[in-house]
Design a protein around this ligand. Structure first.
Ligand SMILES: [Zn+2]
Length: 330
């Protein structure tokens, strides 16, 4: 069943360089449009976590619309229960009723949550908010955009890409959406000062944004208020929220800002390596070594084959970010 579903959703994005993967329940991930884009698709419409890069936004809009069409037209119920994986196809009788009626029109993009205002996470905001509107018809209604109040939009974003609503404090609960509670969590001073993570409480999916990066070291934007300690704290808070499925890959699915979907074992490994590298840098700082000396010591050597693969965020830049956030003096 899962293999069929994957083939089905892979077909959607074929020829568009984007891939769509069902995660669990109503939650899907769209890969290849910049940062990972997470979509909850169901009876209440579409909720997006991040929107990818501006240059990819036409393709992302088409892929999201096609995903909505496929999900709406599929015999799977627009569920208030959770997911093929958990078998609710077989006991939610409203699902069978739906198959006898004409397929409903796809629901619009209702809202967007930004994990940060990086160009590869919020660059598609304007195009996707506009696409949300165009579906509504008579009563034009904007797709709302939420980010944390400490997420300063970067220069160059058009006004329609900016948040229509911000939240302060550690979390914001959204209204029940597609049959589940959705909570936006703010880990302070991690990747930036204004990060958000989004928890789909029934599907057991957490969209972590750039606090977790399965294809590189965590990007810590010190100039935008990020810090190594905040990143470690945020990784620990993901582990606090996540549920382990004993002796199996499974439990809470954590979607990183970049790279493949993770489970709590992946996050624990990542938290450990980030902590170990932080400790190594701190030890050398205590011995009075300078940043160039610390960078020359190749403290990330044992992790580099797997994580030093992003020319835009090298191990040397990661070390510098740790150094600067442990040593705020210029
Ligand atoms: Zn990113």
């Amino acid at each position: 069943m899962i293999a069929v579903a994957i083939a089905f959703f892979a077909a959607i994005a074929h020829a568009q360089d984007l891939r769509v993967l069902p995660v669990r329940g109503n939650v899907y991930v769209i890969v290849g449009g910049g940062g990972n884009i997470v979509a909850s698709v169901g009876k209440d419409g579409i909720l997006l976590v991040d929107t990818g890069s501006a240059t990819m936004s036409d393709k992302v809009v088409r892929t999201v619309q096609e995903l909505a069409r496929q999900v709406t037209a599929s015999p799977a119920p627009q569920r208030s229960c959770v997911g093929v994986v958990q078998g609710c196809l077989w006991w939610n009788s409203s699902g069978f009723l739906a198959t006898t009626a004409a397929p409903a029109a796809p629901k619009p993009i209702v809202g967007i949550i930004n994990t940060s205002f990086d160009a590869d996470h919020a660059g598609g905001n304007a195009a996707l908010a506009r696409a949300g509107r165009s579906h509504i018809g008579v009563a034009p209604q904007e797709a709302w955009i939420i980010s944390h109040e400490s997420a300063p939009p970067r220069q160059g974003f058009p006004s329609e890409a900016l948040p229509t609503e911000t939240y302060s404090g550690p979390y914001k609960k959204l209204n029940y959406f597609n049959g589940e509670g959705v909570v936006v969590w703010h880990p302070p001073a991690a990747h930036t000062a204004g990060d958000s993570m989004v928890q789909f409480r029934e599907s057991e999916v957490l969209a972590a944004g750039d606090i977790l990066n399965m294809s590189g070291y965590p990007v810590i934007d010190v100039d935008k208020g990020g810090s190594i300690q905040g990143t470690i704290d945020a990784l620990n808070s993901i582990l606090d929220m996540a549920v382990v499925e004993h002796m199996m890959e499974g439990g809470t699915m954590i979607i990183p800002g970049h790279g493949r979907i993770a489970d709590s074992a992946d996050v624990a490994y990542y938290r450990d390596l980030v902590t170990i590298i932080r400790d190594r840098v701190r030890e050398m700082m205590k011995r009075g070594m300078t940043l160039p000396q610390i960078q020359a010591a190749r403290l990330t050597r044992d992790y580099d084959p797997r994580f030093d693969r992003n020319p835009a965020w090298t191990s040397s830049m990661f070390i510098e970010a740790i150094y600067r956030s442990l040593n705020p003096k210029p």
